[in-house]
Design a protein around this ligand. Structure first.
Ligand code: CA
Length: 254
């Protein structure tokens, strides 16, 4: 646990059982209170380059950027995350333009900046954030995807979305045509609450109820929790790269 942020973190990414490479990229730093998951796309190594570039760009921009003063997260956090994602979007696009072999690459991203007084979450694409609280598992983000919009509209259920043949089609990404506008949310959390960032390699394989059960069962051991989530996604076939990033607010920050 870090005394500044008051959180514990753990991150893992797993290639799964089908894909030849891992195009996801994760980051977790307790000291900075910063968690990121990104899911790259594009052939010829483009997906790996896009997700890695987005994560590096965002970590560099956010490192030390939040003033150490009361209320800073609510005041500056949303602006900082929005700006960092816009700059990462430009970085991925510029790289794809400068290297023709990388044309068409892009990436999703979900970013959380955590402090004891709250969390700012920003995302583009269908990588998700969930918050486990006393009263249940809250899906913090709404997918920027064709099936995500259908779920939001009530046309199909979440279970149908996981099986839908358009489930991989996202409507916003970093590095794509047009500029990626993130959704940004400010949330409160309590000691013991757990924030989960993940890619669709997890959420297409597990139901929210299963995710909640594992988070609660392993709440004291974030590494065990992440490994169990990835193992279950692999047991179901591991059809895609699986990423799990966890942050827990601690009781005692002394
Ligand atoms: Ca994926």
């Amino acid at each position: 646990m870090d005394k500044t942020s008051g959180i514990k973190v753990f991150a893992l990414t797993d290639t799964g059982r089908v894909r030849p490479s891992n195009q996801d990229c994760v980051y977790a730093c307790a000291e900075e209170g910063l968690l990121i998951a990104a899911d790259g796309m594009g052939g010829h190594a483009g997906g790996e380059i896009a997700s890695d570039l987005a994560v590096r760009s965002i970590t560099e921009l956010l490192r030390g950027a939040l003033p150490d003063q009361p209320g800073a997260l609510a005041t500056y956090g949303p602006f900082l995350l929005r700006d960092a994602i816009r700059q990462a979007d430009a970085a991925v696009r510029d790289r794809a333009i400068s290297e023709p072999s990388l044309a068409g690459m892009g990436t999703t991203v979900v970013v959380a900046l955590c402090r004891p007084e709250g969390i700012v979450v920003a995302h583009v694409g269908d990588s998700r954030a969930y918050l486990l609280r006393g009263d249940g598992l809250l899906q913090v983000t709404r997918d920027h995807s064709v099936v995500g919009h259908m779920v939001d509209a009530g046309t199909i259920s979440a279970a149908e979305a996981r099986r839908h043949n358009l489930r991989n089609v996202i409507t916003r990404c970093l590095g794509g045509q047009g500029h990626a506008e993130p959704d940004v949310r400010l949330l409160n959390w309590m000691p013991g609450d757990i924030l989960l960032l993940c890619t669709d390699g997890l959420t297409n394989m597990l139901e929210d109820q299963e995710i909640e059960q594992i988070l609660r069962a392993e709440a004291d051991d974030l590494a065990a929790c992440a490994r169990r989530l990835a193992a279950l996604a692999n047991d179901r076939g591991g059809a895609d790269n699986i990423s799990v990033v966890l942050g827990r607010m601690e009781d005692d920050r002394g």
